[in-house]
Design a protein around this ligand. Structure first.
Ligand code: FAD
Length: 408
C-alpha cells in the first residue's frame, strides 16, 4: 500500500513542469502548458516587472516585431488572449526606406492590407503574458536566479535546481517532472548541464537605441518599419503605441567608424550630421540624439547554436536558450513562439487528452527538439544574411529597381 501511494505521488509529480525564465517565451509556454493540464511553476531571476521596480530600461530594445510566424504560433492560445495580445501593438504594413539621396521609398510586405506585422512593446508584451500565465494557474516565483542544476541519478530521482534569492540566500528545489530552460541567450540552465553543447558567434557590430519623441515624429508613417541604410551601418525606426518611435542604430563595435571611435558627444554630432541629417528632426535635433547615443548602453549581438536541445528525458531548452539569433530578420521571439506552438502540437497530436488527463511531455520534448532544430539553424543563417540587406541592399538602386519590378 505504501509503495502504491509512493508510486502515485511520483506519477503525479511527473506532471509538474518547471520553467526557468519568465521572459517572452517562458511565460507563453506557461500559458500553453497550463491549458494542456500541467502543473506549472516558473522561476524568474528578476523581480516582478509589473511592480515597476525594475532598473531603468532606457536604451534596451523597447519594441519588437511579431511577424506572421509568431502570430500564427499564437493560435495555440485561447482566441480572446491572442486578440488582446495583438491589440497591444501597432500594425506595420511594410518597409519605408530613407536613402542617403533623400528619397523615401515604401515597400509593402504583401499585396493586400491583411498582410502586416505587429510592433509591440517588449515590456508590455511580457507583462501581458505573465498576467495570462498567472490567470491560467501557473505559479511564478520572481527573484529566483538559477545558479546550478543537479541531474537525476535515475528515473525515480528528482532534478535539483539551486537558486540565489533576490533578498539574499539560496534555495534548493527538487523537480520530478520536466525542467525547461527559457532563460535566454546566456542560459544558466544550459551552462549548468555540460551535455548541452553551445557555440556562440558574437557579431562585430552592436546596437544603441535612440528615442524619436512623438511630438517630433508626427510626419513619420506610423505603419512602416523605417530604415535608413548607409552601407556600413543603418538606423531602424519602429512605432510605439504612444506615437513615438524607437530608433536602433546598428554599427561596428571597433574600427575607424565604430561605437568605440564615437567616444564623445561631439563625435556623435559630426557622425549624425554627416550620415543621418534627414532623421535628425525626428530625434528632436542633433544635440538630443548625440546625447542619447553617447550615453545609452551598447547592446551586443550574436548567434548561439545548441545541440542537443534535450538531455535525458527531463531537461530541455527553448527560445533564445536554444537558439539566439541576430535581430536583423526580426525572428528571435517569433522563432521562440513557434517552438512553443510546435511543442503544443506534439502534445495534442500524439497524446490526445482523455478527460483532462495530462499528456506525456517527455516524449513531446523529444519530437519538438528534432523538428525545431533545423528550422532554428536556418533562421539563424537568414538573420545574418538580412544584416547585409538591411544595411546595404535596401539602399542600393539595383536592389530597389528589382523590388519595384516585383511589386509591379
Ligand atoms: P529572454 O527574452 O531573454 O528572456 C529570458 C528570461 O529569463 C528573462 O526574463 C530573464 O530575466 C530570465 N533569466 C535569465 N537568466 C535567468 C536565471 N539564471 N534564472 C532565472 N531566470 C533567468 N525578436 C523578434 O521576434 N522580433 C524583433 O523585432 C526582435 N527585435 C530584437 C531587437 C533587438 C535589438 C534584440 C537584441 C533582439 C530582438 N529580438 C526580436 C529577439 C528577441 O528579443 C528574443 O528572441 C526574445 O526576447 C527571446 O525570448 P526568451 O524568452 O527566449 O528570452
Amino acid at each position: 500500500k505504501h509503495q502504491e501511494l509512493g508510486d502515485a505521488l511520483v506519477e503525479r509529480r511527473r506532471h509538474e513542469v518547471t520553467i526557468v525564465g519568465a521572459g517572452l517565451v517562458g511565460s507563453l509556454l506557461a500559458v500553453v502548458l497550463r491549458s494542456r493540464g500541467y502543473r506549472v511553476t516558473v522561476y524568474e531571476g528578476r523581480r516582478d516587472p509589473r511592480e515597476g521596480t525594475q532598473e531603468n530600461s532606457a536604451g534596451r530594445s523597447i519594441n519588437l516585431v511579431a511577424t506572421a510566424r509568431g502570430l500564427k504560433a499564437l493560435s495555440t492560445l485561447p482566441p480572446d488572449v491572442a486578440t488582446r495580445l495583438k491589440a497591444l501593438g501597432t500594425k506595420v504594413y511594410g518597409r519605408v526606406i530613407h536613402t542617403s539621396e533623400g528619397e523615401i521609398l515604401a515597400q509593402k510586405y504583401g499585396k493586400n492590407d491583411n498582410e502586416y506585422n505587429i510592433s509591440l512593446s517588449r515590456s508590455k508584451l511580457n507583462d501581458f503574458l505573465l498576467g495570462e500565465a498567472e490567470r491560467a494557474g501557473a505559479s511564478i516565483k520572481f527573484g529566483h536566479r538559477l545558479v546550478n542544476v543537479k541531474l537525476p541519478a535515475d528515473s525515480e530521482s528528482p532534478t535539483q535546481l539551486e537558486f540565489t534569492m533576490g533578498g539574499g540566500g539560496t534555495c534548493l528545489t527538487a523537480c520530478f517532472g520536466p525542467v525547461i530552460g527559457s532563460d535566454g541567450a546566456g542560459s544558466a540552465l544550459r551552462r549548468a548541464v555540460p551535455a548541452f553543447e553551445a557555440s556562440s558567434d558574437i557579431l562585430a557590430a552592436g546596437y544603441k537605441e535612440v528615442l524619436l519623441p512623438a511630438h517630433c515624429s508626427q510626419t513619420l508613417d506610423q505603419f512602416g518599419l523605417h530604415i535608413w541604410p548607409r552601407g556600413d551601418h543603418f538606423l531602424m525606426g519602429l512605432a510605439n503605441k504612444d506615437g513615438s518611435f524607437t530608433g536602433t542604430l546598428y554599427l561596428a563595435n571597433e574600427g575607424d567608424l565604430s561605437f568605440s571611435s564615437l567616444n564623445s558627444e561631439e563625435k556623435w554630432r559630426q557622425f549624425l550630421n554627416e550620415h543621418y541629417a534627414d532623421a535628425l528632426p525626428y530625434m528632436d535635433g542633433v544635440d538630443k540624439a548625440a546625447e542619447q547615443l553617447y550615453n545609452n548602453p551598447l547592446g551586443m549581438l550574436g548567434t548561439v547554436k545548441v545541440a542537443p536541445w534535450r538531455v535525458g528525458n527531463r531537461i530541455a531548452v527553448i527560445g533564445d536558450a536554444a537558439h539566439a539569433v541576430v535581430p536583423f530578420f526580426g525572428q528571435g521571439m517569433n522563432c521562440g513562439f513557434e517552438d512553443v506552438d510546435c511543442l503544443a502540437q506534439e502534445l495534442s497530436t500524439r497524446w490526445p487528452p482523455k478527460d483532462g488527463t495530462p499528456q506525456k511531455l517527455e516524449q513531446a520534448l523529444e519530437s519538438y527538439s528534432l523538428r525545431r532544430k533545423p528550422n532554428a539553424d536556418a533562421i539563424a543563417q537568414m538573420a545574418l544574411e538580412n544584416y547585409v540587406e538591411m544595411m546595404r541592399s535596401t539602399g542600393d538602386p539595383v536592389f530597389r529597381s528589382r523590388k519595384a519590378i516585383e511589386a509591379a
